[in-house]
Design a protein around this ligand. Structure first.
Ligand SMILES: [Zn+2]
Length: 58
């Protein structure tokens, strides 16, 4: 993801910068990828359990 900006001053940041070079504000880590993977895993598990429940009920 390019075009990251400082949360405090809006200074354009390089990809792997964790603190703003302009104002020194630490930037939050972006873990969107792992969050999506976790959600997919949970949704998949719930769907599997629902399917197993329906299969055993009928
Ligand atoms: Zn800044």
């Amino acid at each position: 993801m390019t075009g990251a900006r400082c949360i405090a001053c809006g200074h354009k940041l390089s990809r792997y910068t964790h603190t703003c070079p302009r104002c020194g504000t630490p930037q939050p880590h972006k873990r969107i990828g792992s969050s999506v993977a976790l959600i997919v895993l949970i949704v998949g598990l719930v769907a599997y359990l629902a399917y197993a429940l329906l299969a055993s009920a009928s």
